[in-house]
Design a protein around this ligand. Sequence first.
Ligand SMILES: [Zn+2]
Ligand SMILES: [Zn+2]
Length: 446
Amino acid sequence: MTQKMLVSRGGEEADLVIRGARVFDPREGLDDARDLVVRGGEIAEVRDPGAEAPEGAEVVEAEGLLALPAFVDPHVHLRVPGQEYKEDLETGTRAAAAGGYCAVIAMANTTPPIDSASVLGSVRDQAERVASIPVGFVANVTRGMAGEELTEMAELRDEGAIAFSDDGLPIRSARVLRRALQYQQLAGGVIALHEEDPDLSGGGVMHEGEVSAVLGMEGVPAVSESTMIARDCALALYEDARIHVQHLSARASVEAIRSAKAAGVQVTCEASPHHLVLTDEEVRSLDARFKMNPPLRTEDDRQALIEGLRDGTIDCVATDHAPHASEEKEVPFEQAAMGVTGLETAFAVLHTELVVPGVLDLGTLVEKMTCGGEPFGIEAPRLGAGERANVVLIDPAAEWMVGEDGYESRSHNSCFAGREVTGRVQMTVADGRVAFRQRSFAMGVA
Ligand SMILES: [Zn+2]
Ligand SMILES: [Zn+2]
């Protein structure tokens, strides 16, 4: 039902034989060298390697490569409408395809925000013309993101809103969120929440702790996030409603979600690669590439997020891809815009920092990067026969430097720029179409 809420420009359906890759899909119980046969955009067969390719199919020699179900990102900012100088639907979906994604969910804090059926209709129309992978659009919970009056949630759902969120801002008023949760019962669609108590966050620009004290910068305490999560989980339980908590950053937040889940709250949540890999120590450089909201926190918080991924408290990985122009970032730390790009680096960074050193197993990473659509009604892609082809081919041994060959995104504010990483996306098939291939990646036709 929600699959139709995803829009893209479509295109020619792929006929491919991906030969001899290590086909790895924990949900299908697959981990072996196989040929993946894609016919008319569908996975026709997953078979023993070596058989002849059907005539006309493109043969992709993939020995030594990893074939995974492609990724789904439940949290990106594509900046349309109004801030196309940062990103647009074409560049944003190209960046996503380059990162191995077959679907993304776009937030609604645009200019103007997506708070009416007409704005939503126009971005969906645009995506139908230019988006190289399917995009689901979230609509706002409140008009103008002002946190006061609710949007026409039922009408927005009819127009194709995949969910509701005022991301970028928290919903400050418990009364307003409570009413939104009541309307959700009629309209459907999860409510995705950027959790932060504005009174506790104040004018903070980084995590409140030792490093902020040394730097003399105003901090955002971890309790700003965790207390709002606890409040909103209590409201969701009381109203028997569903919420999705965005970008967890702190140990106290993981603990709040863990106890909410144990109490039967219908809550899911996500964590971002930057919070899983970096800490507030990076801010000592005063480089605004390390400025985002929520901020990078301590090593103890980072460890709690990893533990949350392992034990299932954290449901999925979300990049919170937030492109900004260089003039918005190349200013003193306190004045810089908050947010970092992430689509093109998510797999490589998490593979390098968590899987290669044995902190997280590959199966868990693949599960957490593919199931991000589930809270939004989108099933995780699978590599089984009869499934729509959503496949990413990765060279797990390829070493590369982030940013060295530029980016597909219009913006370059990656907090991983200059890092050496291992594991590179070579090709992405999204919704049955080839959406990305690495320039150097060879191919042939049978
Ligand atoms: Zn946010
Ligand atoms: Zn966001």
